[in-house]
Design a protein around this ligand. Structure first.
Ligand code: SF4
Ligand code: SF4
Length: 337
């Protein structure tokens, strides 16, 4: 497990816990009974009740809508848009609780059938980036299916607590006293999520998620935004590697491709991890690295017959020692070559 992988795992696990606990801790939820948001324990309304009670006029009501509705929305979209503009779909790759499930089920399916998705045409090589071998075993379906069903139920349950008081939902569940509508919601949502998790996980991320699409569109508009860059000067170092980066990509992309073909890349860095492992075994730095600014142009502007100049300092070209990247010149001195 590389440092990058550890950091991402911690970020995803922390956000998943927040996703589950936000409603019961009253950090964030929409209460359909009360017909307003709860935000950090406070009722978040548009401030229109005083208008209905005849206590304020139309002008004050309009101002309340701007202050409590429009401006917070613009602030959230603005911050989210700025992050997407500079760093792409970072939310998807590092936080999103749906993507955590995508990656977990991908890994389990790979153990069961040798490929991370039922729709992949070919099995992945049994040899893993670290050189170990792993053959698929159908017995892993015994873990994959309960995990998918468990995640589907958890998602349905958590979603319901975002809409109705969590104490009521969890209380009714534990005492077996869910109302008819609550039961129908849980069964229907669990079924939909189960189908998604088994058959359409990354397809939903690629084509069905409005949050993901928003981030991708904003990111594509910035040619200098952070991308996964490929150190083409060392492309010969790919010889002998069975495309570990392609195999590792949870979105089923080809990480060495140009940005247009990576529209749905979420900058998760799984491809960087894979290449770090492959090249690290030979004492070399990863060919895939996060780059931005002018270094990102090779990815975003490159086209048939056109290749922008790549600044010389874009990639850590060095040899690796443990997890540290050492500049080539220092490595040569250290090894006496
Ligand atoms: S290309 Fe790399 S960073 Fe992008 S989604 Fe695939 S593995 Fe993640
Ligand atoms: S970029 Fe790295 S992981 Fe991808 S094929 Fe080349 S050596 Fe393998």
């Amino acid at each position: 497990m590389t440092t990058l992988h550890q950091k991402r795992f911690l970020a995803q696990a922390g956000f998943f816990i927040l996703f589950v606990l936000a409603p019961p801790l009253d950090i964030f939820r929409i209460d359909l009974n009360l017909k307003h948001l709860i935000f950090f324990g406070h009722d978040w309304t548009l401030g229109l009740d005083p208008l209905l009670a005849g206590e304020i006029g139309a002008g004050q009501a309009a101002l309340n809508i701007v202050l409590y509705g429009f401006l917070p929305l613009v602030a959230v979209v603005g911050v989210f848009g700025f992050v997407s503009w500079k760093w792409g779909r970072l939310y998807c790759g590092w936080l999103c609780p749906h993507f955590s499930v995508v990656e977990t089920i991908n890994g389990l399916m790979e153990r069961a059938i040798g490929k991370p998705s039922l729709w992949d045409r070919k099995r992945l090589p049994e040899r893993r980036p670290d050189g170990s071998r792993r053959a698929p075993r159908a017995a892993w379906w015994g873990v994959t299916l309960p995990f998918a069903a468990g995640f589907a139920f958890l998602w349905a349950l958590v979603l319901l607590t975002y809409l109705l008081p969590p104490t009521e939902i969890y209380g009714n569940l534990v005492s077996g006293a869910l109302t008819r509508n609550q039961s129908i919601f849980l069964i229907a949502a669990t079924t939909v999520f189960l189908v998604d998790f088994l058959f359409a996980r990354h397809l939903f991320c690629r084509y069905g998620c409005a949050v993901g699409l928003f981030q991708s569109l904003v990111w594509m508009a910035n040619r200098r935004a952070m991308v996964i860059g490929f150190n083409a000067r060392r492309a010969h170092d790919c010889v002998g590697c069975e495309s570990a980066c392609d195999n590792a990509c949870p979105m089923r992309l080809t990480p060495r491709a140009i940005k247009r073909r990576m529209f749905t890349c979420d900058n998760c860095g799984a491809c960087v991890d894979a290449c770090t492992t492959v090249q690290g075994a030979h004492g070399r730095a990863s060919l895939l690295q996060y780059v931005s600014g002018d270094c990102a142009l090779d990815k975003s502007e490159r086209d048939f017959g056109y290749r922008p100049p790549v600044p010389s300092n874009c990639f850590s070209d060095g040899h690796v020692s443990g997890r540290r990247v050492i500049p080539i010149s220092i490595a040569r001195v250290a090894s006496g070559k």
